[in-house]
Design a protein around this ligand. Sequence first.
Ligand code: FAD
Length: 316
Amino acid sequence: MILVVAEHAGGKLGKSTLEMVTAARDSGREGPITLLVLGQDVAAVATEAAAVADQVLVGDLPALAQYNPEVWAAAVTQIAREGEASTVLIGGSRSGREYAPRVAVKLDAPYLEDVIKLSAEGDALQAQRYTFLARVTETVQASGPVIVATVKPGSFAPAAPAGAAGEQYDIELDLPTSRTEITGKSVEKSSRVALSEAEIIVTGGRGVGSPENFAQYVEGLADNIGAGVGATRAVVDAGWRPYAEQVGQTGKTVQPKAYIALGVSGAVQHLSGMGKSKNIIAINKDAEAPIFKVADYGIVGDVNQIVPALIAASKK
Ligand code: FAD
């Protein structure tokens, strides 16, 4: 089987899980696509997962209420062994990249981190991933009875439902007692849609001019059209916006239906995080700005003039 470890939050399947299902379908590896749902009270997540997978294995236990690397690594390893998995796909989130190497070591499997493309090459699994500040896309092949990989979020299109819903099975897990424990959590509150889930993203760059303009133009437009807010690294480094909003090679990779870039130059490190968006709309006063090379629609002009008009139009 191709084992995909589902990512979910707040009782909902994450978009990254649907992206991993596409990666699994692309991989050409052997066996049914099997989603592993770990957590507590995850029945609704499992039902959502069944729509895109051949089968769903559900580990619904109080001991899985909170993510823990030792416990997750043990659970995933056990299921991969029992199901003789050919491939184990794990989300390229911070936690995924934390426990995935442990799984690879336990399974004595090759490990591919942050893959952006997967395909079969004979018996081997061929993957692409970025390296050297995303200036180089590397192709790498791994072989063996089982291969472990993390999938870079935003790199694959989310999978559409498969047709018939997959069967769901409750699983028994032999979990270790963890030696680490999360003792506190402070969650940043935002009513805005998360970047990784947003269908429309409005991103502001240095050309927006100031933090005040960012709030007025970027947040103003985003809130009017129900979009997520992104920022370039220049803006984050200047302290205008939090790192969580950074899009690009050292920030988030996104693939929304529409990506609206305001005062963004389109540096290669930014493009590597948003270049696969379905429609890119750029407003920049410099007609030679690299962002126009990837834009589907472009306006050469001053954000100070154009964005207030857009906000007024979007209110209608
Ligand atoms: P600028 O490059 O300064 O561009 C501002 C743009 O706004 C210009 O094109 C200008 O013409 C336009 N403009 C100015 N005034 C106006 C106006 N009034 N109206 C309309 N347009 C206007 N960057 C990222 O974004 N994400 C990353 O993850 C990232 N990772 C990096 C990793 C490394 C290792 C390195 C070296 C760099 C990384 N960068 C990243 C930085 C990247 O190289 C660029 O410096 C950055 O993206 C530039 O941000 P910007 O487009 O906001 O600013």
